[in-house]
Ligand binder design. Structure first.
Ligand code: NAD
Length: 257
């Protein structure tokens, strides 16, 4: 029970990595509030809240488009109204977008991807910090933020300029929030997944993006959502001491290659 009595908000928690994080956090004792644009599970299965509730955990769903401040504000507000505080904010929601390389990316593609992948992280961090500053310091922290970034954005996301730029922004926001609010005991880190098998459409060069991912990954398998949930759990827990502004790569060695 590494998150016993903690309250966690997770964006994009209906599918994939966010779903794995929500289920793992609930199993570790957290009260989980999921913000997503749908309860539908891309990879199939029961809605995340049902899975958690059936296992005896506590979870809520609230419709939230992270590109809209009013939605993010209401999401965190609802969590605090019901559970009294916000210990952990996971900014996970993102889109691959329809964009391609520079010349094929339209202004609309760019704005859509950046609104979710960059502005959504900005809104999530901002709303979390607003709330956490009102809370007492417990142990080392008033609260912890975990942003889900990507290997893409540190290295090129082949053919996906808007996605890579949005992910680079998420890493930058992580560092900025970490430094600006370190003296306030707010801890902000990121997890950078490599290729994780989820219901998300595959991006990558060539006719078989999966082959590209395998070629780029030294370990003999691609990632599972639980690989990222394990890392997010560590960063959300009291075990992650004296680290902030970090971007933890969980990528099977992609970035070492
Ligand atoms: N899967 C990978 O290989 C991989 C690699 C690197 C980084 N990531 C990152 O991990 C995170 C999760 O990826 P995934 O593979 O689980 O994706 P996914 O597409 O399977 O799930 C994304 C979830 O976010 C939700 N979402 C989308 N737009 C939203 C919005 N505007 N507001 C609220 N929720 C919204 C979706 O409904 C969905 O539930 C993303 O930040 C992604 O960029 C994934």
């Amino acid at each position: 029970m590494r998150l016993e009595n903690k309250v966690a908000v997770i964006t994009g928690g209906s599918s994939g990595i966010g779903r794995a994080i929500a289920i793992r956090f609930a199993r570790e004792g957290a009260k989980v509030v999921i913000g997503d644009v749908t309860t539908e599970v891309k990879e199939g299965g029961e809605p995340t809240v049902d899975v958690i509730t059936q296992a005896g955990g506590i979870a809520r769903y609230r419709h939230c488009d992270v590109a809209k401040w009013a939605d993010v504000d209401a999401l965190v507000g609802a969590a605090v109204d019901e559970f009294g505080k916000l210990d952990v904010m996971v900014n996970n929601a993102a889109t691959l977008g329809g964009g391609q390389k520079l010349l094929e990316t339209t202004e609309e593609d760019w704005d859509n991807v950046m609104a979710i992948n960059a502005k959504g992280v900005f809104f999530g961090c901002k709303r979390a910090v607003q709330q956490m500053l009102t809370q007492p310091v417990v142990g080392d922290a008033r609260g912890r933020i975990v942003n889900i970034s990507s290997q893409h954005g540190m290295v090129c996301a082949p053919g996906k300029i808007a996605y890579g730029t949005g992910k680079a922004a998420a890493v930058y926001i992580t560092r900025q929030v970490a430094v600006d609010y370190a003296e306030d005991h707010i801890i902000c880190n990121a997890v950078a997944p490599g290729r994780i098998l989820t219901g998300k459409p595959l991006g990558g060069p060539g006719s078989d993006p999966l082959e590209y991912s395998k070629m780029r990954t030294p370990m003999p398998r691609l990632g599972r959502p639980d690989d990222i949930a394990n890392a997010a759990l560590f960063l959300a827990s009291d075990e992650a001491t004296y680290m902030t502004g970090h971007n933890l790569m969980v990528d099977g060695g992609w970035m070492a290659f």
